[in-house]
Design a protein around this ligand. Structure first.
Ligand code: FAD
Ligand SMILES: O=C1O[C@H](CO)C(O)=C1O
Length: 574
């Protein structure tokens, strides 16, 4: 146990618990990345979160907040302190008239759904799953598929954050609007979001219908009702079959009825597809046949042959089974460019380089199915847009998501070349990547070019609220143009850089990588006092508005647990 932590904690309020464990192994849902934080902290109150931030600042540690870890990139990896708000997840207030709801930010969408349902309310829109935390969904610009909705965060009315100086701030369209726009897609880089206020919708059921289309029908109806005939529409493109599964849903008053049970799809089909995907890692050329067989068995072998329908509560019916571990590479582009994007990618996958216009060879490359095709439209939303909203400002947005499964957690052989070509096409079409996903070929300069003034606006707010980079890591340094201001010679002293990434040799890790940070505080503490911007930390002007917990002594006993590296909860003074 680093004595600095014991010392600094002993100066903070012993009545406020610091719930930290020392041997947590973090991994993303897809087990694409693992990391071993020095401390894993699960606060239960705002006072605990403020104490944690103050302690981290004094100990010169980076803080990463993780929700449910569903972002598949290294965004949530750290060797420093990982904060999780799963125990800070209560519903705080509902105004029945305005349907304005305030929750603690760690609540998962599934728990929130249950609690809202008891009050006759629900979320207006959902993505494919509801396992994420509400703060995580907001932070990366999570979306569903509907022309009548934008990002899931468009229902957000206000957010409260604990900033790097320990201060609790609230922001909304009218109060601190720039902070609000920055916090709506924060990438975890502004502070810890602690409370979320949003507008709920009266609970509703949806009647959904799913059927197989030919790709040519999808494209011919693209601008004549494919996306507008129903409130919710999503398309799974089967690239080798030149077909698609079209799923559409509308609010309904019809009585509930479950989808027909499907022995193949719910049980057997799941395992068959998994094993065929695993086999395809050795024999990739079977993938067109796998697509034909698996999707034929599930959705019928011919367009229109099988139609599946159901009526379900929206909070269940909008979700889908995402199957297995996966890489996801999703980009947002103007909806009217969709047919061109799909035809070019389709041509490339079928070896027609002239039509594709993509300067990479698809020879010997076979990919997984489906490619998700979804939409959103933020252009009519009255709320301020997040600075880092990837959707189109002036019209509807198409999302194309190139999913690659990782059967039994093993990386598929085609990933690098497929994603290189896919990302090249997306960039050629002026698309912007979904922040949470596995994009790889863009750098900070290009992302800046894609966001221009909005990126500058976000960077300015970020720099104001976290000048030392307490909430920044390698992912941010790689993807955001975090340029040191001219008057700073030692900028971002707390930002954590990656020092190594390596294969993890433990069972259950598959091809997942262990991400290791620079642990720069070790060399800093070894060499004595901490420096930031050329000043001793102890000489830094303290923030007068920060409600620093009072300095008091604490029980040294608690630290012994950490020193031994035990997975114990520290209840300081509790
Ligand atoms: C199976 C699956 C299905 C998915 N479906 C969709 C979909 O349909 N549509 C879509 O757009 N995306 C989808 N995603 C992506 C997912 O919605 C995002 O990755 C989302 O950010 C995950 O939320 P989380 O709670 O797991 O956050 P994490 O992945 O844990 O964190 C994401 C970001 O949020 C930050 N963060 C989390 N909590 C806080 C907080 N309290 N304060 C400040 N920052 C915080 C983290 O620091 C990090 O930067 C899917 C992902 C998976 C794995
Ligand atoms: O990231 C995502 O994963 C699923 C696809 O399996 C989905 O819809 C995302 O978005």
């Amino acid at each position: 146990m680093d004595p600095t932590i014991s010392r600094e904690l002993s100066r903070l309020d012993p009545a406020v618990p610091f719930r930290a464990t020392a041997d947590h192994l973090h991994h993303t849902w897809a087990r694409t990345f693992f990391s071993r934080p020095e401390l894993y902290v699960r606060p239960q109150s705002i006072a605990e979160i403020q104490l944690l931030v103050t302690l981290a600042r004094r100990c010169r540690r980076r803080l990463v907040t993780v929700g449910s870890g569903h972002s598949p990139s290294d965004l949530t990896c750290t060797s420093s302190w990982l904060v999780n708000l799963d125990d800070f997840n209560h519903l705080l207030h509902i105004d029945p008239e305005s349907r304005s709801v305030t929750v603690e930010a760690g609540i998962r969408l599934s728990e929130l759904g249950t609690k809202l349902e008891e009050q006759g309310l629900t979320l207006a829109n959902l993505g494919s799953i509801d396992s994420q935390s509400i703060a995580g969904v907001i932070a990366t610009g999570t979306h569903g598929s509907s022309m009548r909705h934008g990002l899931l965060s468009e229902c957000i009315e206000a957010l409260s954050l604990v900033l790097a100086n320990g201060q609790l701030v609230r922001c909304s369209a009218s109060n601190n609007p720039d902070l609000f726009r920055a916090a709506l897609v924060s990438l975890g880089a502004l502070g810890i979001v602690v409370e979320v206020t949003f507008k709920a919708r009266p609970a509703f059921n949806i009647a959904w219908r799913q059927e197989r289309y030919s790709l040519s029908r999808v494209l011919s109806e693209w601008s004549t009702g494919l996306w507008t005939s129903h409130e919710f529409v999503r398309v799974w493109w089967l690239p080798y079959e030149k077909g698609a599964i079209v799923w559409r849903a509308d609010q309904t008053d019809q009585p509930l009825h479950a989808p027909p049970s499907n022995f193949y799809g719910e049980g057997v089909g799941y395992h068959i597809y998994h094993n065929l995907l695993a086999l395809s890692s050795y024999f990739p050329r079977i993938l067109p046949w796998v697509e034909w067989f698996v999707f034929g068995m599930q959705y019928g072998f011919r367009p229109g042959a099988t139609v599946t329908e159901a009526v379900e509560p929206s909070r269940a019916g909008l979700l889908m089974n995402c199957l297995y571990s996966q890489f996801v590479n999703e980009w947002a582009l103007p909806l009217n460019k969709g047919p061109e994007a799909i035809l070019r990618l389709s041509a490339w996958l079928h070896g027609d380089l002239k039509t594709a216009g993509i300067p990479f060879s698809p020879k010997g490359l076979w990919v997984h199915c489906p490619i998700e095709v979804r939409v959103s439209d933020s252009s009519k939303n009255a709320n301020p847009r997040p600075f880092l909203d990837p959707t189109c400002r002036d019209g509807p947005t198409l999302y194309l998501n190139a999913t690659l499964y990782r059967p039994y957690l093993r990386d598929p052989p085609c990933r690098q070349r497929y994603y290189e070509a896919f990302e090249w096409l997306m960039r050629d079409m002026g698309a912007r990547p979904h922040w949470a996903k596995n994009f790889n070929t863009l750098d900070a300069t290009e992302l800046h070019r894609l966001y221009k003034d909005d990126m500058d606006g976000w960077l300015r707010v970020r720099q104001e609220v976290d000048p030392e980079g307490m909430f920044l890591g390698e992912w941010h340094c790689r993807n955001l143009p975090l340029v040191a201001p001219a008057d700073h010679n030692d900028w971002l002293p707390l930002a954590e850089r990656e020092s190594q990434r390596r294969k993890l040799d433990i069972s259950g890790a598959g091809d997942g990588l262990e991400w290791i940070g620079d642990r720069r505080w070790q060399s800093e503490s070894a060499s004595g006092p901490f420096f930031a911007n050329g000043q001793r930390t102890s000489e830094l002007p303290s923030d007068p508005s920060a409600p620093s917990p009072p300095m008091t002594a604490t029980s040294e006993e608690s630290f012994d647990l950490l020193a031994k590296g035990e997975a114990s909860i520290l209840l300081q003074g509790a």
